[in-house]
Design a protein around this ligand. Structure first.
Ligand SMILES: Nc1ncnc2c1ncn2[C@@H]1O[C@H](COP(=O)(O)OP(=O)(O)OP(=O)(O)O)[C@@H](O)[C@H]1O
Ligand SMILES: [Mg+2]
Length: 341
């Protein structure tokens, strides 16, 4: 019973998911409770209506408390949105006593963070990518090694301070303290990627409702992260416009008849819907629906590919791209598929 309990809240644009888990043995998690609720008051990863968002979060928390039987006081909370940005930085320090210890590493990481970060940005993660001792690079665990000069290569992720504060307040309204914010693509990467993929070089792309998040892993570590303000909701609104349907119906049609490739469907196929206030059902060519979906998905993948190229790591991803996100199912049934670029 004294094993630690971890609570995670994923505040998405489509759904809010609270998970209560017990840490068993070595890093093994047992899910004790889940609370999934439709999201409100959020757009593209940021809070646009504090009260509505806080209410949706509290519903999800209540559900997780009821299913797990635990009272939640603190949680890890997901973060996404185009207000997140990342950069690589290097910190250099002299090694005290000639042998690297934890204190040297912390000083090097502090030095890496000493870059000019505007006061309206908050540091979310400082990820150590690798160390260099006296010019020798590729060092993973420097503790105990001899040398004079220690350099750390760090990946620093920052977010808009006000957006982060709004999220904190949103969760705080339920009496919950945020122990740490976790960037969405990092959380996805931890869950869906294998250690081998992370070592080989891989990109994980999480296509959500309002955002598409990406993280690039090389040599086992995160080298690049980004959040695009486009996702499945854009597909739905394209369908609503293109086929002149209410959003809720466009979403239903997407899930029921949607496909992302023209070449994969029978061009003769049709389905029926009831349009705006209409009494009689209307027949729609499935090819028209798929055309709309294909165009938007092509755009999303194009933006992802452009970002991979811009990162400069496009030649370093032999494990390809792993896709996740979407279906409204608890996180332990992970949806995942991979493709090569
Ligand atoms: N079976 C499916 N096929 C295609 N799209 C789906 C399917 N199920 C859900 N989706 C779409 O996935 C999107 C929601 O994804 P997800 O639940 O990962 O979003 P989120 O985490 O709430 O949002 P975000 O991460 O953008 O803040 C919606 O646009 C939904 O229509
Ligand atoms: Mg999400």
């Amino acid at each position: 019973m004294d094993e630690p309990i971890i609570v995670g809240i994923d505040i998405g644009t489509s759904k809010i998911c609270t998970l209560v888990a017990r840490v068993e043995e070595e890093k093994h998690l047992r899910i004790l409770g889940v609370g999934i609720e439709p999201s409100q008051g959020l757009r593209k990863g940021t809070v646009v209506d504090l009260n509505a968002a806080a209410l949706a979060v509290s519903r999800s928390i209540d559900k997780a408390e009821r299913t797990s039987g635990f009272e939640i006081n603190a949680a890890l909370v997901s973060l996404a949105g185009s207000h997140v940005s990342s950069m690589n930085s290097r910190g250099v320090v002299g090694i005290t006593g000639g042998i690297v210890d934890q204190d040297d590493i912390e000083r090097a990481l502090d030095a890496a963070q000493a870059v000019a970060i505007p006061h309206n940005r908050e540091i979310i993660h400082v990820i150590q990518r690798g160390f260099i001792i006296d010019g020798q690079d590729g060092i993973r665990t420097p503790i105990g090694m001899h040398g004079y000069r220690l350099e750390v290569e760090a990946h620093i992720i920052t977010a808009s301070a006000s957006t982060v504060e709004n999220l904190r307040q949103c969760v705080g309204a339920s009496g919950i303290e945020v122990t740490q914010f976790v960037l969405n693509p990092l959380a996805s990467g931890e869950v869906v990627l294998s250690e081998t993929e992370r070592q080989m070089g891989v990109a994980v792309v999480d296509i959500g409702g309002g955002t598409t998040d990406m993280a690039i892993y090389i040599d086992g570590d995160v080298w690049h992260t980004m959040v695009l303000a486009v996702g499945g909701n854009h597909v739905t609104s394209d369908i609503a416009h293109g086929l002149r349907l209410p959003i809720s119906q466009a979403e239903e049609v997407k899930l029921k008849f949607g496909y992302a490739l023209q070449s994969g469907i029978n061009p003769e196929e049709q389905f029926t819907v009831r349009s705006f206030g209409g009494d009689s059902p209307e027949r729609i060519n499935r090819a028209d629906l798929v055309n709309i979906i294909e165009a938007r998905m092509e755009e999303i993948f194009y933006l992802v590919l452009q970002e991979i190229r811009r990162s400069g790591y496009d030649g370093l991803l032999p494990a390809g791209v792993v896709l996740t996100g979407g279906p409204r199912i608890p996180i332990f049934f992970i949806s995942r598929s991979s493709l090569m670029i």
